[in-house]
Design a protein around this ligand. Structure first.
Ligand SMILES: [Zn+2]
Ligand SMILES: [Zn+2]
Length: 266
């Protein structure tokens, strides 16, 4: 049994298979380990026909401390089809490194895919994840009511866990997520000066539903804001969350790591 301090930190959402890390991926992973990041959940996204999901799975196959989630991001919902469905399902059943379906959801901020297509593809992927008994990673932006409505109808009573990733929504959304049995993962956004409201949402979250993530290469936390983000920086998210909940950094690392391990039965 590890003590809280030894369990350190888990980055519950990173994109380190991407080209942004092609030049120094090994060093990035080493820096994460040196910073006390024991586990990384890497999320494979992009055009499902382009080989990017395979690439994400391969990365996890090569590293004992990296797991992977794959799915079709709401940005790419228009690229989802039977072929994508088969490809993802096959990868999931072939590799025991794939521990979640995601990220899936709705993004009405960028609208990179038509909204009706996003909603349809979100529903379909929730159904598939349920069939495979896999937790889901949810991306939602400016689509709170629609996201909750779809989760209630497709996921509501299935008893499987899920994560609202890179949470930047309202208190209402956080509350709905908790009622649905979901956990809420905070990113570097919570460290930003103007994120007072988000910090107050985080303060009201039950400790057993808290997770931390980088969502790297985006959204580097203070004091690294504006730089390329990387898993080592998840410590700054933990530090901020620890302050909000009046815990030590080590305690918050332990709490969020235990939560992650419970969700994924690691
Ligand atoms: Zn996302
Ligand atoms: Zn992401």
């Amino acid at each position: 049994m590890l003590t809280l301090a030894e369990k350190m930190f888990i980055d519950s959402h990173a994109h380190i298979d991407g080209v942004e890390f092609d030049g120094d991926r090994v060093e990035v992973i080493e820096r994460a380990r040196a910073a006390g990041v024991s586990t990384i959940l890497n999320i494979g996204t992009g055009d499902p026909a382009a080989g990017v999901l395979e690439r994400a799975v391969e990365l996890a196959e090569r590293h004992a401390d990296i797991y992977v989630a794959i799915g079709v991001h709401p940005h790419d919902a228009r690229l989802f089809n039977d072929e994508a469905e088969k490809r993802i399902t096959r990868l999931m059943t072939q590799s025991n490194r794939v521990i979640a379906w995601g990220e899936i959801g709705l993004d009405f901020h960028y609208d990179n895919s038509p909204r009706d297509v996003q909603m349809q593809v979100f529903r379909r992927q929730l159904q598939l994840a349920r069939e495979l008994r896999l937790p889901v990673i949810i991306h939602t932006r400016e689509a709170e009511a629609e996201t909750i409505e779809i989760l209630k109808s497709e996921w509501g009573n299935c008893g499987l866990p899920g994560i609202m990733h890179c949470f930047s929504g309202s208190q209402w959304l956080a509350q709905q997520a908790v009622e649905l049995g979901f956990s809420v993962s905070f990113s570097g956004i919570i460290t930003f000066k103007k994120a007072e409201e988000l910090r107050s949402v985080a303060k009201q979250m039950p400790l057993e539903r808290l997770l931390i993530e980088t969502d790297c290469p985006y959204l580097a936390p203070a004091p690294f804001r504006g730089k390329r983000n990387e898993p080592a920086f998840v410590v700054e998210v933990a530090r901020c969350l620890a302050g909000i909940h009046e815990k030590s950094l080590e305690e918050m690392g332990g709490i969020t790591s235990s939560n992650f391990e419970r969700i994924f039965k690691l």
